[in-house]
Design a protein around this ligand. Structure first.
Ligand SMILES: NC(=O)c1ccc[n+]([C@@H]2O[C@H](COP(=O)([O-])OP(=O)(O)OC[C@H]3O[C@@H](n4cnc5c(N)ncnc54)[C@H](O)[C@@H]3O)[C@@H](O)[C@H]2O)c1
Length: 257
């Protein structure tokens, strides 16, 4: 896949076992990147590796729990051992914590479950990725935040998720400034609703309906995972060389209102 947007880029994607992460792995491979598929779910991760290979790309699986510093460090080391460097990191692993009630009804356990994966997990990943990228003097990080990182979402009740995703946008901006002269760009994508397992689970739990999901977006539909992957691919590529510190809405105009 020579001559492509991400030709030969050594890429690491967390949460690449399903949904947005899996689609992004395939999109990156189609654009010429070599991909490390990292996930807590080994079976799902290996399925993504097979999908990338079926699309003619190069990929390998590494197990990670983004809540654990040692596992995250091993993931970065694995990428460097395998590809010799880390050009692009996509911090996408996340959990949905909708439906816990309004803020005064949310328990400490539910709060911690969201913050530990959705915010602290991204921080662990950035910490270990940046250590490597500083050594190289180059790199790109794209964090997968959400429209919930830009605005509040009143229903389904997701205050902890909104707080975590705003935190991811904050970390993105802070790091973009701290590493601006180190050859490292740090951006975020903020998707609207995307048809993935996460959304299917919310529908199955009766927390929202597909029609509601589509109606949230002025374009009248939810996103498909590769549409998010393409935005991440462009932000990660040298084509976006002057773009850093950007939380980019990919939301069918949802936050334009
Ligand atoms: N689906 C949406 O509508 C939507 C919208 C905006 C943002 N997002 C964000 O996009 C990202 C991906 O969501 P998705 O919809 O593809 O979800 P998904 O549930 O389909 O995929 C999430 C992946 O992350 C993995 N994961 C979960 N906890 C992990 C951990 N501790 N360590 C490593 N991997 C872990 C899961 O095994 C899974 O493969 C999340 O950060 C989510 O918050 C999703």
């Amino acid at each position: 896949m020579a001559g492509s947007l991400l030709d030969g880029k050594a890429t690491l994607i967390t949460g690449a076992g399903s949904g947005i992460g899996a689609a992004t792995a395939v999109v990156f491979a189609r654009h010429g990147a070599k991909v490390i598929v990292a996930d807590i779910d080994e079976e799902a991760g290996r399925r993504t590796v097979a999908e990338v290979e079926a699309a003619g790309g190069e990929a390998a699986f590494v197990w990670v729990d983004v809540r654990r510093s040692d596992a995250v460090k091993d993931m970065v080391d694995f990428t460097v051992e395998r590809f010799g460097r880390l050009d692009c990191a996509v911090n996408n692993a996340g959990v949905d914590t909708a439906g816990d009630g309004r803020l005064h009804e949310v328990g400490e356990e539910a709060w911690d479950a969201s913050i530990t994966v959705n915010l602290k997990g991204v921080w662990w990943c950035m910490k270990h990725e940046l250590a490597r990228m500083v050594q190289q003097g180059s790199g790109s990080i794209v964090n997968v935040a959400s429209v919930a990182g830009l605005v509040g979402i009143e229903a389904p009740f997701v205050s902890a998720y909104v707080a975590a995703k705003h935190g991811v946008v904050g970390l993105t901006k802070a790091a973009a400034l701290e590493y601006a002269t180190s050859g490292i760009r740090v951006n975020a994508v903020c998707p609207g609703a995307v048809r993935t397992q996460m959304v299917d689970d919310l529908i199955a739990q009766g927390i929202m309906t597909l029609e509601q999901t589509a109606a949230y977006h002025p374009v009248g539909r939810y996103a498909n995972p590769p549409e998010i992957g393409e935005a991440i691919a462009w932000l990660s590529s040298d084509a976006a060389s002057f773009v850093t510190g950007l939380p980019m809405a990919v939301d069918g105009a949802m936050t334009a209102r």
